[in-house]
Design a protein around this ligand. Structure first.
Ligand SMILES: [Zn+2]
Ligand SMILES: [Zn+2]
Length: 975
């Protein structure tokens, strides 16, 4: 068990209060349905435990809804789970001890998916605990799930709608591909989790022999030099690419000749003598002997193994001649498409060479075969050079295997034709921070490729595309609903026993057994095996959670577009992007009006948080030690809310804990000490300048916090609250403590001001530190107030209470005090030693009469003396001088204060209440006895004594250092 902080226990009490009294439910029901603030919750994967990133987004998603609720809005908050896709499939593979598609299919897709379904929500309990404990209010148990058949049917509707708009097409495309997971990995997935790592591998430069060199004016035995970092692609070579305007040189090398870009000769670093120079375009069409005679390439109707020009060629790396394997590179594929080079795959789906590959490579995994290829080329004299090369290379974010480029057949949503509108509508979105709108997000929109929506996997919504078996027809039909499926299927009743969507499992393998009647030829059409990219699912959340358009049409339409979403910065490429794109394509509308993008939380040392490295403190320990409010406030006050990276700092968290949370509790406790002594809920009519000042500060804080929260800026709004708490505690309360002790009209004013400021502070704190806010509110609330601070309305600014002049004068007064204290510190005079006078050269204007006593009190100086010379108004020219001459009289006053303080401390330590009268016992000696006789009355009153007894010897005495001796004393029994 972690040692729980006092406030952590206090927070748990508040949680219980909320739960028992259904405060969350009331906070929704008490706001009119006609006045909604629409929040969309992006669904997380439930496949791991919640971490700081989830806590961060959960706090963001809690803060604005709480605030808007207080502004009178009804804020529905429903949790969602992202249930499909690779994360859960990877776990299932481990659990079932299978790897790769073949093994999964041998085991059975049914068993595989059943396992996925049973495992996908296995961390829900831990999530609920964390979400509850950090004070996030959300309908957790009533969550939507992307694996619900209603949800999946809505996703089918998406596909069908896009299909009918002619925005879906089948194509081959080079994609990053994981040979182990046997599926393409999207760009979003790669950049989201920073899948690139620096690796050092062998790069090779190979020689390709020119055929019929004399035809091109080249000598016999001329070779092209081509360079590659992926030797496994060499058997698939079908062309060489050169830059049309790059200069190439023919050089002599031993008995033969080489061709390479002139600029790269130096790098190749051989004593190569240039024989001849020509432009790249002069090499166009030159034929060469392939490194490997691939039969299918040789027999293809498409021409192969010749030089082509391409504009992606440069001379920065390699030889300026680029080896082109059409299927296994992005530039290669585009060039291959343009020139119609043969597209012959040499790999199977798991990254092993297939039966069309050279004999010695068949069935070998590409990475294991690279050594064999190098050896083979060396033996045949075709290897020019082999050299280690360090580059940044992508790895699968799930299984860690190196990704490869692979041209595979896939289904796409046409983004290019809609791009203009997608970019146009971004103008209507309010981004926080603002620079993302025309920076990162716009760039993503501009560069966006067509959306590959197919995945060659199992546990996801199946793509509802059915292809006719008839080789002469091959018509593809897209199904958009269960009803349409039933209508067009030949064997619906064999597979499904119900027409009700809730009772039908749309997952594989059941749907794979459906046979449709081809609308064109009447033949059998079967589903293509791919499933849908899970980003289509999470982007469908605004309507799919409602099972729109099959149900809840009104509910969805009245809640679209959403007003607020918030996630971390990587979602600009993922969820933010897909949400936006999908709603533009489907509804010609934006999907969300305001979006807050947070940064990423890193370890204290600035590294990515890593479970295996354990480079961050367990969030539970942090919550137990400082309370959830401290963590919430710390995050909301940090740069992570401006979309920057935050290195988690326990020191900074502690600072928030002590300056905001702890101070807040302390002020509330102070209030409780006096609440029975004074009247509650009295109107404010204080003439005391301290009161007028703090109330003006409160109003200004309210103005600022409201303004910043309305513009989604939690950093500045929380900073205003923090500054107010500091002023409230270190100045107002500090200077008002004595006022509470003497029961006068001024002390009632002090109490009423404390009450008023505390209550309003609880409102301001409510979105940020909901537990502390509740604690304070419960302490100060009156009978007319709402049951909970979170059911209250956001305070309205009382402009009449703003007094700019007093705030200005108080800044000056505090500066005088600060400088006075620093004079004392420099001279080594403790604060309890009264001094005779102080002077300053600044004009406090109309407030000087009220402020001078405040300053004198704080500085413990008896008198203010007008300084000579001109009064200034500029703080930077302020001069403060203290009379530091300590007379006997002043010294004695200092001793009295010192003694009183020592007695007060002892009273506190021994647990006496403020009203308890105690007896002081001292060891009598001549000077002390005299001192006490003289100051008896003052000491007795100031320290609440019943009397002073002098005795010879005290057994367990306390000490106090007086100027003339060290005095020993103890406190007597309570009388
Ligand atoms: Zn993988
Ligand atoms: Zn057909």
């Amino acid at each position: 068990m972690n040692k729980k902080n006092l406030y952590s226990t206090q927070e748990e009490k508040v949680l219980k209060f909320w739960q028992e009294n259904k405060i969350f439910e009331k906070s929704i029901d008490s706001r009119p349905e006609s006045n909604p603030y629409v929040f969309y919750d992006g669904p997380p994967f439930a496949t791991g435990l919640p971490h700081y990133g989830h806590i961060l987004s959960s706090v963001t998603k809690d803060l604005f809804p709480r605030y808007q609720t207080m502004r009178g809005k009804r804020v529905r908050r429903r949790w969602g789970w992202d249930c499909h896709g690779l994360p859960i499939e990877t776990l299932v593979e481990k659990e079932l001890d299978v790897s790769g598609k073949k093994e999964i299919e041998t085991k059975g897709i049914g068993a595989f998916n059943q396992k996925a379904c049973s495992m996908v929500l296995s961390y829900v309990k831990q999530w609920k605990e964390m979400i509850d404990r950090i004070g996030r209010w959300v309908e957790f148990d009533n969550s939507y799930k992307t694996m619900d058949s209603t949800y999946m049917e809505s996703v089918w509707w998406v596909l069908k709608t896009l299909w009918d708009k002619n925005l879906v097409y089948e194509g081959r495309k080079v994609l990053m591909y994981c040979p182990r997971c046997e599926t393409p990995v999207s760009n979003a997935e790669i950049s989201m989790d920073n899948s690139y790592r620096d690796v050092t591998e062998d790069s090779v430069t190979v020689k390709l022999k020119v055929i019929d060199p004399d035809k091109y004016g080249l000598p016999d035995n001329t070779y092209f030099l081509a360079w590659t970092t992926t030797p496994w692609t060499l058997p698939a070579n079908v062309a060489l690419a050169v830059g049309a305007d790059i200069e190439y040189a023919l050089v002599k090398d031993g008995v033969g000749y080489l061709v390479l870009a002139k600029d790269t000769i130096v790098k190749v670093n051989k004593n190569l003598k240039v024989q001849k120079v020509f432009a790249g375009k002069d090499l166009e069409g030159v034929r060469y002997e392939p490194l490997y005679q691939i039969e299918k390439v040789k027999n293809s109707k498409d021409k192969a193994w010749y030089v082509a020009t391409a504009d992606f060629v440069n001379t920065q790396e390699g030889t300026g001649i680029v080896h082109t394997a059409v299927i296994y590179g992005e530039d290669d594929f585009n060039l291959g498409q343009r020139l119609s080079l043969p597209q012959i795959p040499l790999l199977n789906s798991s990254g092993k060479y297939n039966q069309d590959a050279p004999e010695f490579l068949k069935n070998k995994y590409i990475k294991d075969a690279e050594g064999d290829i190098v050896d083979d080329l060396k033996k045949r004299g075709l290897l020019f050079e082999i050299k280690p090369y360090t580059h940044s290379y992508p790895f699968c974010w799930r299984c860690g295997s190196p990704l490869i480029y692979n041209a595979i057949s896939a289904w796409f949503v046409d983004i290019q034709s809609q791009k203009k509108r997608i970019i146009e509508l971004n103008e209507k979105i309010n981004w926080y921070p603002e620079n993302l709108k025309h920076g990162r997000f716009l760039n993503i929109l501009k560069d966006a490729p067509d959306w590959n929506i197919s995945r060659n996997r199992y546990w996801a919504t199946p793509l509802p595309f059915f292809r006719c078996d008839n080789p002469k027809c091959k018509e593809v039909t897209c199904i958009g609903s269960l009803a349409e499926l039933k209508e067009k299927a030949k064997n619906y009743d064999d597979i499904y026993k119900s027409d009700k969507i809730e009772k039908v499992d749309l997952h594989r393998p059941y749907i794979d057994d459906i046979v449709l009647k081809c609308p064109k030829c009447g033949g059998d059409a079967r589903r293509i095996p791919e499933v849908i990219d899970c980003w289509v699912e999470s982007a469908s959340m605004p309507f799919a959670e409602w099972h729109y358009p099959f149900e809840n049409k009104k509910e969805f339409e009245s809640r679209f577009p959403g007003q607020f979403i918030g996630e971390y910065i990587a979602q600009t490429r993922a969820w933010f992007y897909y949400m936006h794109v999908l709603s533009v394509l489907l509804f010609d509308s934006i999907s969300f009006e305001n979006v807050v993008s947070t940064g990423t939380i890193l370890s204290e040392k600035g590294e990515k948080l890593s479970k295996s490295k354990k480079n961050y403190p367990d969030p539970w320990i942090i919550i137990d030690s400082y309370g959830a409010d401290s963590l919430r406030f710390y995050l909301m006050n940090s740069v992570v809310m401006q979309s920057e990276n935050l290195s988690l700092s326990e020191v900074d968290l502690k600072d928030i804990y002590s300056k905001v949370i702890n101070t807040g509790y302390n002020i509330a406790n102070y209030y409780k000490i006096y609440e029975d002594d004074y009247g509650k809920g009295k109107s404010l009519a204080s003439k005391n300048i301290l009161d007028k000042w703090i109330i003006s500060r409160l109003q200004n804080t309210l103005i600022q916090v409201t303004r910043y929260l309305d513009s989604y800026n939690t950093v500045k709004s929380s900073r205003e609250i923090k500054l107010f708490i500091e002023d409230f505690s270190t100045w107002w309360l500090r200077r008002s403590r004595d006022r509470f002790k003497s029961q006068s009209s001024d002390s009632q004013d002090a109490f009423s001001t404390l009450e008023y400021c505390l209550k309003n502070l609880s409102f301001l704190l409510a979105p940020f530190a909901p537990f502390l806010a509740e604690h304070i509110f419960q302490a100060v609330k009156s009978e007319d107030d709402s049951e909970s601070v979170h059911l209250a309305n956001w305070p309205v600014v009382d402009k009449g209470k703003v007094d700019k002049n007093i705030e200005d004068s108080m800044v000056k007064a505090r500066k005088i005090v600060e400088m006075g204290h620093s004079v004392r510190a420099k001279e080594g005079i403790r604060v309890r030693q009264p001094l005779s006078s102080v002077s300053w050269n600044i004009d406090l204007k109309g407030d000087s009469e009220d402020l001078i006593p405040v300053i004198l009190n704080e500085l413990n100086v008896l008198e203010h003396k007008e300084g000579s010379g001109k009064k200034i108004d500029n703080l930077s020219e302020l001069k403060v001088s203290l009379d530091i001459n300590i007379t006997d009289e002043l010294r004695e006053k200092g001793d009295v204060r010192e003694f009183v303080r020592a007695i007060q401390n002892a009273r506190k330590k021994e647990g006496h209440k403020p009203d308890d009268k105690v007896e002081l016992k001292v060891e009598s000696s001549e000077p002390l006895s005299k001192f006490l006789d003289k100051n008896k009355e003052e000491i007795t009153i100031a320290s609440g004594l019943s009397g002073i007894g002098k005795i010879d010897k005290i057994e367990e005495s306390l000490d106090v250092n007086l100027s003339f001796q060290k005095a020993k004393f103890s406190l007597g029994k309570n009388i």
